[in-house]
Structure formats: structure tokens, C-alpha cells
Write a protein that binds this ligand. Structure first.
Ligand code: PMP
Length: 312
């Protein structure tokens, strides 16, 4: 496996950091998760919304004060080259990570070196999406914008997510739903959340301490364009989860994962609902470059591979 590390493509075994690295000690890094989808009939891998992910990385870096030496275009090109160098013929996950690389003791953000690494790994399903997930409301509140800004994908934030996820799993649930400090629904440990209520889609807005997800944005657009359903962004009460017709989560890893049970209350009839199902089926085609209207979201990595028949 090849990894991008310290400005070069190196063997995985050479991509190692020292124990004194600032980001390792203090969580002072930010990252992205990007999926690459293998399209068997085209012999192609499509990176999903590659530019959007790097634009969000730039924003995360701006919030943390991490200097990126590359433009978004350069980051896209580096990522494409990395996937090609690894010769994948399967679904992959790409993890760019910008971090404070100084090997120094001292809590701060300023006067430190910055570095970037990008690694890849084969990747399958993240949540048990087929028959829907069972979730609980977490006892851990989502980090607040004035604690660690949730709109930045900060490595250190994932302690908050990991505590919530482990609590959920050890209590027998698939995923946690985190609330804001005001008690509104925020998001999952690594996913945004949507409710279907009275024919509309509802999701927490950007000021509810969410990571403003790229899958979230994709679902909002697909629902409007293909299902004729508008999405309302507003604060959501915990008890609205219990009376929703459908609930689902979205994320690069989780894709579109229907939720069939929250806090041991079945959602709707306790089975995957029709809106979730339609969105999920559409998304599966979109990400593999099989839906013409969304081809611009899919960046092919291998050059010279003829596009197979594309359906609208
Ligand atoms: N919230 C959190 C906390 C996440 O880690 C993720 C995954 N990146 C998401 C939401 C979903 O974001 P996206 O759809 O861009 O992957």
C-alpha cells in the first residue's frame, strides 16, 4: 500500500509519526473521509464529491489555524494519483489528515509546524443498514461550537463521538444520537440525521453543532430533485424522533442508514420506510456514476476507461 506522507508517496510502513507529535498528544488535527466506489462494468473508481470534501478540509484548517500547502485542485490530484498508485479494484476509503506535526510539549495552536498525510484503505459497510439500525439517545452531549467547533472535522472531537458510540454499542444499540446542550437533536457519532414527518424531511440546521455533512447536502438535493420532497432545517426535539414516520442517518461511512428503533421505540411500523428506501436506492446508483444527473459528483480515477452506458 502507498500513502502520501511528508510530501511524497511512500510505502505504508514508512508513514509513521513520532510519539511526541503534537496532534497525537493533543488531538490538534483535522481530517476528511472520502469514499471511492468501484464500478465493475466500467472498471473505474469514482471518488464521491472529492472537491467538496477538500473544501471542507480547507475550512476545518482555517478554524484550527492549520496551514495547508496545497490548493483544493492539488489535493484532488494527489488523491486521484494515490488511489491509482494503489491499483484498487474495490470500494475504498480515503483519509486526508492535516495536523500539527511539531514534536514538542505545550498546549497551543500557534507557532507549530503543519503537515498533511493521505492514506487509503479498502472499505465496506459501516452500519448494519440493510434492515435498519437501532439507536439510543446518548448521555453524552454533542460538543458545542464554543468548546470545539463541530463544523470543523477535528480529530480531538472524536473522543466525544467515540464515548457516545461505545456507550451505545455496549448497551446493545448500533449507533448513538447525540443532543445539543439545549437538548435538541444534533447528530450521530459520525452521521447526520433526518426525520420524515408529515411528508417533509427535517434535519437539524448548521447551528445545532453538526458537522455539515456532504452526504446530508446530497440527500437534500436528491430528495428535492428526484422525490419532490423539500428539507426543512430546524431544531428538533428528542421526542419528535419517537413520533417520526421515518428516521435515517447519512454520512460518508454510513451512506444512507435507516433507523428503525430509537430508545426501544419502533419508528413507524419498525421497518425501513419508503422515503429512506427510495433515497438509499438512488444514492447507490449516484455514487457509482450510474445516474446521469449526478455524474458531476463522481470523479473517475483511472484514465482512459471508456464510460459504459449511463442511465438517467
Ligand atoms: N457528523 C459527523 C460527526 C461525522 O463524523 C460525519 C462523517 N464525516 C458526518 C456527520 C457526515 O458527514 P459526511 O456526509 O460529509 O461524511
Amino acid at each position: 500500500m502507498v500513502t502520501y506522507f511528508r510530501g511524497a508517496f511512500v510505502d505504508d510502513r514508512e508513514a509513521v509519526i513520532g510519539v511526541k507529535t503534537h496532534a497525537f498528544n493533543y488531538g490538534t488535527g483535522c481530517f476528511e473521509g472520502i469514499r471511492g466506489y468501484w464500478n465493475v462494468s466500467e472498471g473505474q473508481i469514482y471518488l464521491f464529491r472529492l472537491r467538496d470534501h477538500y473544501q471542507r478540509l480547507v475550512q476545518s484548517c482555517r478554524i484550527l489555524g492549520i496551514g495547508l500547502r496545497h490548493t483544493v485542485d492539488e489535493l484532488c490530484a494527489l488523491t486521484t494519483e494515490l488511489v491509482v498508485r494503489n491499483g484498487y479494484q474495490q470500494d475504498v476509503y480515503v483519509r486526508p489528515l492535516a495536523y500539527k506535526s511539531s514534536e514538542i510539549v505545550g498546549v497551543r495552536m500557534h507557532d507549530l509546524d503543519d503537515d498533511l498525510t493521505i492514506f487509503t484503505t479498502p472499505f465496506g459497510k459501516y452500519l448494519p443498514a440493510e434492515n435498519g439500525c437501532r439507536c439510543c439517545t446518548s448521555s453524552y452531549r454533542r460538543v458545542d461550537d464554543n468548546a470545539i467547533p463541530a463544523r470543523a472535522k477535528v480529530t480531538g472531537i472524536y473522543v466525544n463521538s467515540a464515548l457516545a458510540k461505545t456507550e451505545a454499542n455496549l448497551n446493545g444499540f448500533d449507533e448513538a444520537i447525540m443532543l445539543t446542550h439545549e437538548g435538541h437533536v444534533s447528530e450521530g457519532s459520525g452521521e447526520n440525521i433526518f426525520l420524515v414527518l408529515n411528508g417533509a424531511l427535517i434535519t437539524p440546521g448548521p447551528t445545532e453543532n453538526i458537522l455539515i455533512g456532504i452526504t446530508r447536502a446530497s440527500v437534500i438535493e436528491m430528495a428535492r430533485r428526484d422525490l419532490g420532497i423539500e428539507t426543512i432545517e430546524r431544531p428538533i426535539d428528542r421526542s419528535e424522533l419517537y413520533v417520526a414516520d421515518e428516521v435515517f442517518m447519512t454520512g460518508t461511512a454510513a451512506e444512507i442508514s435507516p433507523i428503525v428503533d430509537v430508545d426501544r421505540r419502533p419508528i413507524g411500523d419498525g421497518r425501513v420506510g419508503p422515503v429512506s428506501e427510495r433515497l438509499r436506492r438512488l444514492f447507490d446508483r449516484v455514487v457509482r456514476g450510474q445516474a446521469n444527473a449526478y455524474r458531476h459528483w463522481c470523479s473517475p480515477v483511472y484514465p482512459g476507461v471508456p464510460a459504459a452506458s449511463v442511465r438517467a
